[in-house]
Design a protein around this ligand. Sequence first.
Ligand code: UT7
Length: 331
Amino acid sequence: MIGSANGARVGITGLAAHVPERVYTNADLEQFVDTTDEWIVERTGIRERRFAEKHEALTDIALPAAQEALEKAGLQGKDIDLLICATVTPDMMFPTSSAIMADRLGAAEAGAYDLLAGCTGFMYALAQAYGMLAAGLSQRALVVGGDVLSKILDWSDRSTLVIFGDGAGAVVLERVERGGFLGFELGADGAGGGNLWLPGSGSRHFDEPDSFVKMNGREVFKFATRVLVSSAEKLLAECGKTVADIDVYVPHQANRRIIDHAAGKLGIPEEKVVVNVDRYGNTSSGSIPLALAEAEADGRLREGELVLMTGMGAGLTWGSALIEWTERTAA
Ligand code: UT7
């Protein structure tokens, strides 16, 4: 699916992120699996990640981000009419985490649902919320992306334990006078789905106790390096832009080598690339909003700048969004 915005200006008017307190360094993980700090840093660029405590679930991590995003937009929960939560680790399948958060935020008028698209979930959710606002179905939307993958990791599997982390981010979408989203490109390749899967998680294998993430890292790596480039190129062409127009590039924070490869192939210079995988690992649906919030906090997102975001993950799925950044002044 690909499309450029046709007239409706919808932008991000509030943005925040939140991660659990507890830091796990690479050395900490050496207690659980046969790995080394040297291997993890060299192959992934990750130095540490946050893992939730036993009692913490997704909404405990995501609610502070949602609350802060609303405050930054100058809004309260009651002001939003749509809440989409992208996650593969909801508190439970139902009630949905979005419904739980809408209640906690006082968003009594909001339609609320969870969205599953692996690590690309946040990109899919942005596109959906954009469509709802552009069509006039929604006036103000809250889009949350977050995961607590530590809960579905096999803590004895070194191929997955070392790369993931927990975290969440949230954005408020509203109509804006200038800038806003220019377009989206979304895709899915179910044929590759078996390279990243959670076998015991649904109705197919509900009676099997195996509810841990399985991954064929090399295949996902090849897929990632391919789609991060192709998705960005397709979207830029659709929106009549070139790589030279990009001011800030926010790729999914899966692996430093994947990010460097994509940026190199696209021809985006290092200083325009947002990287925080070293401190948080791959936070799945939380990855892009977490990186975006950090870029904003660092003063890297300025009025009129063109920001490219591209995610990829389980499904296998991918998705890109192009946005002209607007200061937080809703129309
Ligand atoms: O959001 C999408 C989520 N997933 C991804 O983005 C993952 C994409 N894939 C990757 O990032 C990389 O494939 C990994 C980081 C997962 C693995 O790195 P790699 O360079 O592709 O390593 P590999 O799987 O080819 O394994 C190389 C070696 C193997 O040993 P042998 O067979 O060469 O003796 C592995 O057993 O490294 C070994 N290995 C480890 N060694 C120490 C695998 N994991 C570890 C580990 N510590 N944690």
